[in-house]
Design a protein around this ligand. Structure first.
Ligand code: ASP
Ligand code: MG
Length: 401
């Protein structure tokens, strides 16, 4: 018998009808002779609503209680999907993340899965049950419930698929796969049949919302191919984990970027460390970092963070800046990142020039540039992000297969 791990996102379980549709889809795969583990997200916008509720009570909820609160969204959907399966005459059981043996580190709101004990899952599967697991959560060493970060149910699914050595891992969402660019911005964007782990990881980290980056990373580490497809249609999706021959595979964008610049920093060993260590300790992801050539022993450093991390970053940076005697700290909350991603970039010189040419023709100023082997990213002002994505899609002829 094959083991299939499926994950259904919030929009796929947003109301009773969608929950019943998911149950029918799961039951059909079960009746075709598969063992099934199904991970579910919270219904619709439940997680946002819970965050909002908490903030109506306190400006700064304790991380522990916040995670306990947010974990309830997935509990609701797992119980309801299981009931819908019972209605269809299926044997099924709902498990919370902790009941499913998922253990995490203690970083509330961004916890990482540290281990999975498969005993309970295996027992339920052996008993002939479909197992419905509440996504996005696990148990810390101190036996507290921790959540895996927004979109973390993907990670639950890939983690379980890898641990159980599943034959397939399928992520069901409201889009039918991974596109060459966000189709809401670029109507000619094409659905990709396949994409490599590396490319998908870069796309996800650079803002493509289809998959949680950590989930892609897990897929890559355990070599577990992941299919992304729609729960609204029968269209074939995109298989992540297959090499392809594209030079540029897609354009990713992230419109929620903030930039921080420290002006007049002393140029001596240890400064960058002093600056970035507190951010790392606070689990704040810093990405593009640029240090200018120094003049008369002082220099400027600019870097970007997610817009949601701006406030807390500023708090750390302003105190370090004071200690170091920097002349000022400038924050710009209205930036965006646009990236071209593709394994071909490493073997084809001239991609950067073509990218900057397209930006120039579109009259878009480039503020910062960063690269990896298979990615080139430009930082621009947020208002220009749609123009930039469209210009690059055209420049790299991504509308043509
Ligand atoms: N419900 C959580 C969120 O909205 C986790 C998930 O959907 O994967 O971020
Ligand atoms: Mg969600």
């Amino acid at each position: 018998m094959s083991l299939v791990v499926q994950k259904y996102g919030g929009s796929s379980v947003k109301d009773v009808e969608r929950i019943q549709a998911v149950a029918r889809r799961v039951a059909a795969r079960r009746d075709a002779g598969n063992d099934m583990v199904v991970v579910v997200s919270a219904m619709g916008d439940t997680t946002d609503e819970l965050i909002d509720l908490a903030h109506r009570i306190t400006r700064q909820p304790e991380p522990r209680e916040m995670d306990l609160l947010l974990s309830t969204g997935e509990l609701i959907s797992s119980a309801l999907v299981t009931m819908a399966l019972h209605e269809l005459g299926q044997k099924a059981v709902a498990l919370s993340g902790p009941q499913a043996g998922i253990m995490t580190d203690t970083t509330f709101s961004k916890a990482k899965i540290s281990a999975i004990d498969p005993a309970r899952l295996e027992r339920e599967l052996k008993g002939g049950k479909i197992v419905i697991v509440a996504g996005f959560q696990g148990l810390t060493e101190e036996e507290d419930v921790a959540t895996l970060g927004r979109g973390g149910s993907d990670t639950t699914a890939v983690g379980l698929a890898a641990r159980l050595r599943a034959d397939a891992c399928e992520i069901y969402t409201d889009v039918d796969g991974v596109y060459t660019a966000d189709p809401r911005i670029v109507p000619e964007a094409r659905k990709l049949d396949t994409i490599s782990f590396e490319e998908m990881l870069e796309m996800a980290q650079m803002g493509a919302k289809v998959m949680h980056p950590r989930a892609v990373e897990l897929g890559q580490i355990y070599n577990m191919p992941i299919t992304v497809r729609s729960s609204y249609s029968d269209r074939e999706g995109t298989i992540i984990g297959v090499e392809n021959v594209n030079k540029v595979t897609g354009i990713a964008h992230d419109a929620d970027v903030a930039k921080i610049t420290l002006v007049g920093l002393p140029d001596r060993p240890g400064v960058a460390h002093q600056l970035f260590a507190p951010l790392a300790d606070a689990a704040i992801n810093v990405d593009t970092i640029v240090q200018n050539v120094s003049h008369h022993g002082v220099t400027d450093i600019s870097f970007t963070v997610a817009k949601t991390d701006l406030q807390s970053s500023q708090k750390f940076i302003e105190s370090v800046a004071r200690d170091l005697g920097a002349s000022s700290v400038i924050a710009n909350p209205d930036m965006a990142k646009v990236s071209i991603v593709g394994t071909g970039i490493q073997n084809h010189p001239g991609y950067a020039a073509r990218m900057f040419g397209a930006m120039s023709e579109a009259g878009i100023n480039i503020d910062m540039i960063s690269t990896s082997e298979i990615r080139i990213t430009v930082l621009i002002e947020r208002a220009k992000v749609a123009d930039a994505v469209r210009a690059l899609h055209r420049a790299f002829e991504l509308d043509q297969a």
